[in-house]
Design a protein around this ligand. Structure first.
Ligand code: ADP
Ligand code: MG
Length: 155
């Protein structure tokens, strides 16, 4: 378990950027947290760490956005689909077992379709500018990744 408190959006992005160095093709990350917690902000840090220059915005109205970087980034936000997404496989495997890193906001809605191993990120708004970030790994690869992140993280 990795836990840090950040006090600016930049610090949140810095953690994500450090994490990005550890990621490879086929990795799946879930992002939980209320609206405005910083899920998209975190994803912007990931994108920057993956060498993506294009601006990352919230995919709420598009469901999935793809970005080209050192490794492609698939940013999925299933919020709009709500509970109905859980019942149906809308082709998620193409992303989860593809050539990129997949980040899923509101992954609870599609938890039936997640792979066996993934990285779980939770952001809580604990103050105006304060966010508490918890990261834990499901499966061996991601548990190791969390330890490495804990060692490397400058925050
Ligand atoms: P979500 O995608 O979870 O709905 P966003 O990333 O879109 O949230 O929005 C988070 C908002 O909170 C942004 O306006 C961001 O600038 C602000 N913010 C303030 N402090 C922080 C912090 N420490 N970490 C991340 N975001 C922060
Ligand atoms: Mg968002």
């Amino acid at each position: 378990m990795f836990q840090r408190i950040t006090h600016t959006p930049e610090e949140t992005k810095q953690i994500a950027k450090t994490l990005a160095e550890l990621l490879g093709a086929g990795d799946v990350l879930t992002l939980a947290g209320d609206l405005g917690a910083g899920k998209t902000t975190f994803t912007q840090g990931l994108a920057s760490g993956l060498g993506i220059e294009e601006a990352v915005s919230s995919p709420t109205f598009t469901l999935i956005r793809e970005y080209e970087g050192r490794i492609p980034l698939y940013h999925i936000d299933v919020y709009r689909l709500g509970e109905q997404a859980g019942g149906e496989n809308l082709g998620w495997d193409e992303y989860f077992y593809g050539n990129g890193v997949t980040v899923v906001e509101w992954a609870d809605f599609i938890k039936n379709w997640l792979p066996d191993e993934w990285l779980q990120i939770e952001i809580q708004k604990t103050g105006d500018l304060e966010r508490t970030i918890h990261i834990s790994g499901v499966g061996e690869r991601f548990q190791r990744m969390v330890k490495e992140l804990d060692d490397r993280c400058p925050i």
